[in-house]
Design a protein around this ligand. Structure first.
Ligand code: FAD
Ligand code: NAD
Length: 472
């Protein structure tokens, strides 16, 4: 049995980053991962690289270009004739990006001397990990002075809409359609529903989103959510709130849906249906119960503030421990655990984790929402600047949305920044850094921003908390 300083189970953004950082710190490190690509090849990178962040963004970009050409090229004086969409070519591009990046991780493992042990890792007691093949047969066993569990998450299932991988799919299936469905239903108006719903809408599908909650994007700042709902509806997404899907039956040509809306039962037919109702922690095959690993009542691995589980020497990070299910959160936790084992004192700033929804315009935020501040009774100031008044946004033809800054009424500390607009995903970084350094709206207002840039809108919104906006 091979012994390592650190054995990581799972090679998603939590696990592979933990393994690389551990190796950088001089630990003899192994990472157990059994993911197989659709072609049957073993792959690193987890959900994020294989069927999550990266492939979804590749399709979002392709479909964005297509819609831009179809709807906006003319206003730029660009003449387009015979515009068409080759879906297999788009999918091939996406697959190539995924393959390049996952192979890149394998290269990083080699360079850092992390041993990739292919298979499913099962806790075998006493910090031993049994490695199983796809048939469930033990192929090897290794031990680690420390174990880091980073087994991620899987799509949640609902009994009324059974995923068959053809007509009714989860996010993985929705990333792999070989043609644009004429009609597409989406159960769940959350991050995945909006991103993948947008991809196929832009390419021509008539998309209906069935969201159980009465409010659109209930965790998002209300100003942003309301404006986003208006814009997405204008784009053609049919968003049905307070919708209860009673049944979804896959047939030869499509899916028959029964949905309760405002107390009435409606029947609808769609060519394909995506189920995107959240993700659940993945501990299947890990042998958690046999090993005595403590889970909470929703199946997440219980950890303390230092990511320690109840088992000595066993840590856990990423989606499997709960909190925001985001790649960057998982990676920061992975780095922190490796550094903690090395005796350092890292901290993950869970209070300022940026969120992004990669629709167009994009939605990005960090810190508190206005409704949360109201609920806690904290006195705050608001500055809001629309992209309509931004020279750069005008030049780009991207004037939808705004930046909203919330700062403390007494000491001006930056409490939250909410952005709906072009490249919001990039703009939010400045807000996160300011908040992480304990900065104020005035710090952003006093910082010189290049002209003409979209970032000037954040600058203006920060000035706005003090009634000093120049361009509005
Ligand atoms: P995962 O990435 O799920 O990796 C876990 C790994 O562990 C997997 O490779 C799995 O095979 C392996 N594993 C599980 N059990 C075992 C075992 N017993 N033995 C060995 N290996 C095991 N997040 C963002 O921040 N930005 C985005 O834009 C974004 N887009 C997304 C789009 C989609 C469609 C989806 C589904 C998710 C998206 N996410 C995004 C979420 C992001 O993918 C996850 O938060 C992130 O992958 C979590 O990382 P992780 O390492 O905790 O787990
Ligand atoms: P989500 O939690 O974002 O949204 C799920 C939505 O489904 C919610 O609005 C919920 O109210 C609704 N819902 C739940 N049950 C329902 C039902 N029976 N009928 C109708 N609606 C129902 O989850 P998701 O979109 O599946 O994404 C999972 C996670 O993956 C996200 O929370 C996020 O952490 C991660 N992710 C992140 C990104 C990103 O960072 N851009 C992109 C995709 C996924």
């Amino acid at each position: 049995m091979e012994h390592y300083d650190i054995v990581v189970i799972g090679a998603g953004p939590g696990g592979y980053v933990a393994a690389i950082r551990a190796a950088q710190l001089g630990f003899r490190t192994a990472c157990v991962e059994g993911w197989a690509s659709p072609a049957g090849e073993a792959a690193l990178g987890g959900t994020c690289l294989n069927v999550g962040c990266i492939p979804s963004k590749a399709l979002l970009d392709s479909s964005h270009h297509f819609e831009h050409m179809a709807k906006h090229a003319k206003e730029h004086g660009i003449q387009v004739t015979g515009l068409g969409m080759d879906v297999p070519a788009m999918q091939k591009r996406k697959d190539k990006i995924v393959q390049t990046l996952t192979q890149g991780i394998a290269g990083l493992f080699k360079k850092n001397q992390v041993t990739w042990v292919k298979g499913t890792g099962r806790l075998a007691g006493g910090n031993e990990v049994a490695v199983m093949d796809a048939a469930g047969k033990e192929t090897s066993r290794l031990s680690g002075t420390h174990l880091i569990i980073a087994t991620g998450s899987v799509p949640m299932r609902i009994p009324c809409a059974e995923v068959d991988g053809k007509r009714i799919v989860d996010s993985t299936g929705a990333l792999a359609f070989d043609a644009v469905p004429k009609t597409l239903g989406v159960i769940g108006g959350g991050v995945i529903g909006l991103e993948l719903g947008s991809v196929w809408r832009r390419l021509g599908a008539k998309v209906t989103v069935f969201e159980a909650m009465p409010e659109f994007l209930s965790a998002v700042d209300r100003d942003v959510a309301k404006e986003a709902q208006k814009l997405f509806t204008r784009q053609g997404l049919d968003i049905r709130l307070g919708a209860k899907v009673l049944s979804a039956k896959a047939g030869k040509d499509g899916v028959a849906l029964e949905v309760e809306l405002a107390g009435k039962t409606e029947t609808l037919a769609v060519e394909r249906l995506i189920v995107a109702v959240g993700r659940a922690p993945r501990t299947e095959g890990l042998g958690a119960a046999e090993a005595g690993l403590e889970l909470d009542n929703r199946g997440f691995i219980k950890v303390d503030a230092s990511f320690r589980t109840n088992l000595p020497g066993v840590f856990a990070v990423g989606d499997v421990i709960g909190g925001p299910m985001l790649a960057h959160k998982a990676s920061e936790e992975g780095v922190a655990v490796a550094e903690m084992i090395a005796g350092q004192k890292p901290e993950v700033d869970h209070g300022h984790i940026p969120w992004v929804i990669y629709t167009w315009p994009e939605i990005a935020w960090a810190g508190a929402t206005e409704q949360a501040l109201k609920a806690t009774g904290r006195a705050y100031k608001v500055g809001k600047f629309p992209f309509l008044a931004s020279g750069r946004a005008r030049a780009m033809g991207e004037t939808d949305g705004f930046v909203k800054v919330l700062s403390d009424a007494a000491d001006d500390s930056l409490l939250g920044v909410h952005c709906l607009g072009p490249n919001a995903s990039e703009l939010i970084a400045e807000a996160v850094i300011t908040m992480a350094f304990g900065g104020s709206a005035e710090d952003i207002a006093r910082t010189v921003h290049a002209h003409p840039t979209l970032a000037e809108s954040l600058h203006e919104a920060a000035l706005g908390t003090d009634g000093r906006m120049i361009h509005l």
